[in-house]
Design a protein around this ligand. Structure first.
Ligand SMILES: C[S@@+](CC[C@H](N)C(=O)[O-])C[C@H]1O[C@@H](n2cnc3c(N)ncnc32)[C@H](O)[C@@H]1O
Length: 272
């Protein structure tokens, strides 16, 4: 996509008019119109501000294509829901800690086909959800429509996307091992900063164990394995509500194997 297309697509996703965008960038709406129609390009020094207003990186603004994993796209293209429709058990735990007695904002990162995001929305939370796979996002949108709930679904790369608002609950299930290791410190700090006081970060992360063999397919994928217990170290200054490590059997791909997952639910303290 060229820059004009990126601007118009993102502007519409954010429900901004050309005038809204122009006002935020301190330019005329004619300038925005020219960019979007390919008659001119924004000045180079405006790029960081445009990227900021559109909630994307400068890379993405310049048309950087999402590099998806194929692995999930292929599975999500099928009609049936690869992960089923039953919500993750951790969603129930989150509901117990923060029941939706007032409007609460949830962010589901790496939401897959949207089953958990739709579950939260059905229970009265205001939900935003993104995933790298457009096929997953489209399925999430269809599920939300069928269920009669609203979820703000969009495609984004966890490694690239920066939050612009705070959330009460940030939920990540099975996606953290796609985060580039050199981003771990800064990205987790970013998620913590964008969590409201007394809010929750609930994280399920696959970890490697020396006695569990990693399949060749996984070795070749874009996975960056975590060490057992490592996630806790990033949240040492929060209240640990629940910590668990589970080894389970899996048959995906038709080959029986095992996974190990760390589950952490932690609460941001009132006073830091
Ligand atoms: C193991 S699945 C978990 C899906 C869902 N959270 C669930 O628990 O059912 C991992 C998900 O992470 C998504 N993903 C992988 N890399 C990502 C990235 N860099 N940014 C955002 N999502 C990503 C995949 O497309 C996939 O949907």
């Amino acid at each position: 996509m060229d820059i004009g297309n990126v601007i118009v697509t993102k502007r519409k996703e954010l429900k901004l008019t050309q005038q809204d965008l122009a006002d935020r960038l301190h330019v005329s709406f004619q300038a925005v119109s020219k960019w979007e129609n390919g008659f001119s390009c924004p000045e180079i020094e405006l790029l960081p501000l445009i990227a900021d207003v559109l909630h994307i990186s400068v890379d993405a603004l310049l048309g950087y294509e999402f590099k998806t994993h194929g692995y999930y796209d292929d599975r999500y293209k099928k009609d049936e829901y690869f992960w089923g429709l039953q919500p993750n058990e951790t969603c129930y735990e989150i509901m117990k800690i923060m029941p939706p007695v007032k409007p609460l904002k949830v962010l589901d990162i790496g939401c897959g086909e949207g089953k958990d995001a739709v579950f939260f929305a059905k229970n009265g939370y205001q939900v935003t959800a993104f995933d790298l796979s457009l096929d997953g996002i489209e399925k999430g949108k269809r599920l939300a429509e069928k269920t009669g709930v609203e979820v703000n679904f969009f495609q984004a790369d966890l490694n690239d996307y920066r939050l612009k608002e705070n959330y009460d609950i940030i939920f990540l299930s099975g996606v953290f091992d796609y985060m580039k290791p050199d981003l771990r410190v800064s990205l987790i700090e970013h998620l913590k900063e964008h969590t409201n006081k007394n809010g929750i970060n609930a994280i399920k992360v696959f970890v490697d164990k020396p006695f569990i063999e990693v399949s060749d397919k996984k070795k070749k994928s874009y996975r960056y394995p975590w060490k057992s217990g490592e996630i806790l170290t990033y949240y040492h200054d929060w209240i640990m509500y629940d910590i668990d490590e589970v080894i389970y059997d899996c048959n995906s791909g038709g080959v029986p194997h095992k996974h190990c997952i760390d589950i952490m639910v932690s609460v941001k303290p009132e006073k830091e």
